[in-house]
Structures are given as structure tokens and as C-alpha cells.
Design a protein around this ligand. Structure first.
Ligand code: DOR
Ligand code: ZN
Length: 429
């Protein structure tokens, strides 16, 4: 009998070696010595994980195609082991209407490398003043499940309260970029010794912590689901822990760069290190790692933020914040979490795949590797080492903060519902 795909010699979650037979996009059989007349993907004894789900990427389409578009961003995602991404709405025009979210979803389906889920804006034009039509976007063909003004905070507590009430009624999630803009006016770097030495206006950690505390209270009152984007400060962890203990429906993400990089990198004034929220201290990165291991932070999300050279290769003050993340995320997670023993392979699957799929409301992603489940995988060579080169990444932009670094672990293949989307560093669909 012919099968869609036979994947040989793989270790699900780093365990024993098996073969996986795929039929009609689903796992038909798991065992040893399986045979097939159809196409074979030799697994090389590598680790098989469920495909990764990224709750936070910027694909820049429409309007920012000089930095990225759905095709180049999808390629970067597939090469990074991702099978689903959530595309933030800070595009031009802003994704605050059914027309724009449907366009992004349609482009994602046409490209076909990864499931692209548009995130709808919370407020019209991301201006923070008037609620966007959340219900219309949720009911559109794009089926929006997550709303955010990311890049900006929904600062007005009354608007945030209304958004959470609608979110509760629609059973969608509000993803907040927690930054009290009154506290970060003119801010350029984490408020601390590095910024003081360089003469950069400081960005206080309290600008994040206070918004998260407020929003947890509002979410509790509304019975709504709140997701906190890119947690960067150790102080925020205590707020999240208390809210979760009190039963607030709150989840949180940390970026790979906030797990690894600190404001010590600012000394060279290289704008590749400029990001919002800013890189903070070694105490903060340590707190992020521990909170992720413990589950107080639920997931890793990349905040993949491509910027063309004209926006990045400029003086610090003028440079746009953001860094690439899709093709380096797994390696940074292995380096910061798996290698020190803070997570095992099951834990890696939890933070990169299972929990993000739950939070994003994706029933066929982040599923266990088991018979009858979707054949949606990332195949990872855990022993490979590679040197990051921005110019060699699939993104249109090259603003990786890991340029020249040697990182562990490589995605050797990505499979979406039985279809190989990336293999040996090349996209295949
Ligand atoms: O660094 C960032 N870049 N943070 C954000 O919140 C937005 C993002 C972007 O769109 O470039
Ligand atoms: Zn953000």
C-alpha cells in the first residue's frame, strides 16, 4: 500500500527510535521496521517534536514588504521548525478590519508553508482610542482568535476593559504589549547602569509590571483571557505568579532574546540590539529562564521583527526596535533551557508547540505525536552546531542579533499535515 510519507529512524521527544507512517496527513502507524512504496524522509536518529507554533511574529505585509512579506516570513518560519504563526497587525494598512485580516490569511494559504493566523488590532489604527470591530474580524473568513495592538500598549484602562469584555463574549484572547507609554517617553534602553553610562534615556521595568498588574485585575473582572507579550522584567514574574494563583486566565510569553541577551550588549551602540521591550539585565534573563521552566511563563514566542537595512543601519536613536527570531528560536531555547537542564525535550515541545497552540486556539497544532493525530512535526538534529549569518537567513531583512554566534541544534525538516515544508535548509513547497 502506498502512504503519503514514511519518516524513518526518529526519536519522538528524544526517546526511543521509531518509524512514523503518515497517511492523509495523519499519523497512521508508529513502530519499527515500517515499510512503504511512497516517499521516505530519513530521520537520521534525530529528535521528532510537534511543529512549533509562534504566537508573535511580524510579517510586514501589507505595506512593509521592503522588510518582509508573507512568503519570505513563511519560509523563515518553516526553516525554523514552525508550522503555525500569528502575524501581528502593525502593518500599513493596519489589520483592524476583516478586509486586511482576510488578505493576510489568504496570502498565508497561497504560500502554503505554514499556517498564518492574522492577529487583529484591538483599536482602530492602533491608535488606542476607539475599539476595532473585534466581532467582525472574529467572524470573518480569517477567523481571528487573537487581538493585539502590539508595538504599542492599549494604555487606556477603559478601552482595555471594554476589549476584555468583548474578548470574553467572543472567546478570543487579548495579547497585550505591556508598556505604560507615560513611563517610557523617549526611552531608548533598559533603565540601568548600561543606559546611564551610554547616556540613553532609561526604560523602566515598572512600565511593564504596572500594566500587567492592571490588566490581570481587568481580566479577572471580565472573566477574559489575557496574554502578556514578551515579558522582559523579573518583577513582572511575581505579578503573573500571583494572578495565576488567584485563577486569573492569564498566559505569558518570553522571547528567545530575553532568555539570552542582556543590556551589556549595548556598549557598541549597535542598533541590532535595539528592541522593545529592551534587553535587560542578567538577573532578568535568569528570572525568565526559571519562570519558563516553572510554567509561570507559558511559551516562547519570537517577536520576529524584520527591519530593512535603511531602518536599522542608522544611529541608535533613529533605528527601529526589533530583531529576527524565527530561524534561531529553537537553537536559543536549546542553549538557554535544554543544555542547562531547565527543560527536557517534552518541556521544549510544551513551550514551543503545545501551550502556544492552546493559547492561540488551534485544535490541530501542538498535538501529541501519536496515531490518529496530525502529522505536523519539526525534526531536530540536537548535535548539530551552526554559525548564524543574517545574510543566509530566509527573511528579507538580516537584523539578527546572533550574527557570527555558534548555536546548538538544527531543524533538518518540517512537516505540515504530512507535507514536507522544509528540508536540509531549503523550503520544499
Ligand atoms: O521590538 C519590537 N519590534 N517590539 C515591538 O513591539 C514591535 C516590533 C516591530 O514591529 O518591529
Ligand atoms: Zn510588542
Amino acid at each position: 500500500m502506498t502512504a503519503d510519507l514514511l519518516i524513518t529512524d526518529v526519536r519522538p521527544y528524544g526517546g526511543d527510535t521509531v518509524d512514523v507512517l503518515v497517511r492523509d496527513g495523519e499519523v497512521a502507524e508508529i513502530g519499527s521496521g515500517l515499510r512503504s512504496d511512497g516517499p521516505v524522509l530519513p530521520g537520521g536518529g534525530h529528535v521528532l517534536l510537534p511543529g512549533f507554533v509562534d504566537l508573535h511574529v511580524h510579517l510586514r505585509e501589507p505595506g512593509g514588504e521592503e522588510s518582509e512579506d508573507v512568503a519570505t516570513g513563511s519560509a523563515a518560519a518553516a526553516l525554523g521548525g514552525f508550522t503555525a504563526v500569528f502575524a501581528m497587525p502593525n502593518t500599513d494598512p493596519v489589520a483592524d478590519s476583516a478586509v486586511v485580516v482576510e488578505h493576510v490569511a489568504r496570502r498565508g494559504a497561497e504560500v502554503g508553508l505554514v499556517d498564518v493566523h492574522p492577529v487583529g488590532a484591538v483599536t482602530v489604527g492602533l491608535e488606542g482610542a476607539k475599539l476595532a470591530e473585534l466581532g467582525t474580524m472574529a467572524a470573518s473568513r480569517a477567523g481571528v482568535r487573537m487581538f493585539s495592538d502590539d508595538g504599542r500598549c492599549v494604555n487606556d484602562p477603559l478601552i482595555m476593559r471594554r476589549a476584555l469584555e468583548y474578548a470574553s463574549a467572543l472567546d478570543v484572547v487579548i495579547a497585550q504589549h505591556a508598556e505604560d507609554h507615560r513611563l517610557t517617553g523617549g526611552a531608548q534602553a533598559h533603565e540601568g547602569t548600561a543606559a546611564a553610562r551610554l547616556g540613553l534615556t532609561g526604560w523602566p521595568a515598572t512600565a511593564e509590571e504596572t500594566v500587567v498588574a492592571r490588566d490581570c485585575a481587568l481580566a479577572r473582572e471580565a472573566g477574559a483571557r489575557l496574554h502578556v507579550c514578551h515579558v522582559s522584567s523579573a518583577h513582572t514574574i511575581a505579578v503573573l505568579r500571583a494572578a495565576k494563583a488567584a485563577g486569573v486566565r492569564v498566559s505569558a510569553e518570553v522571547t528567545p532574546h530575553h532568555l539570552l541577551l542582556t543590556d551589556a550588549r549595548l556598549s557598541g551602540y549597535d542598533p541590532v540590539n535595539k528592541v522593545n521591550p529592551p534587553l535587560r539585565t542578567a538577573d532578568d534573563t535568569r528570572a525568565m529562564r526559571e519562570a519558563l521552566a516553572e510554567g509561570v511563563i507559558d511559551v516562547v514566542a519570537t517577536d520576529h521583527a524584520p527591519h530593512a537595512a535603511q531602518y536599522k543601519d542608522t544611529e541608535w536613536q533613529a533605528a527601529r526596535p526589533g530583531m529576527l527570531g524565527l530561524q534561531t528560536a529553537l537553537s536559543v531555547v536549546l542553549h538557554t533551557m535544554l543544555e542547562p537542564g531547565l527543560l527536557d525535550w517534552r518541556g521544549v515541545a510544551r513551550v514551543l508547540s503545545e501551550r502556544p497552540a492552546e493559547i492561540g486556539g488551534l485544535p490541530d497544532q501542538g498535538r501529541p505525536i501519536a496515531v490518529g493525530e496530525p502529522a505536523t512535526f519539526a525534526l531536530v538534529d540536537p548535535d548539530a552546531q551552526w554559525t548564524v549569518r543574517g545574510a543566509a537567513l530566509a527573511s528579507r531583512a538580516a537584523n539578527t542579533p546572533y550574527e557570527g554566534m555558534r548555536l546548538p541544534g538544527r531543524v533538518v525538516a518540517t512537516v505540515l499535515r504530512g507535507r514536507v515544508t522544509a528540508r536540509d535548509g531549503k523550503v520544499t513547497a
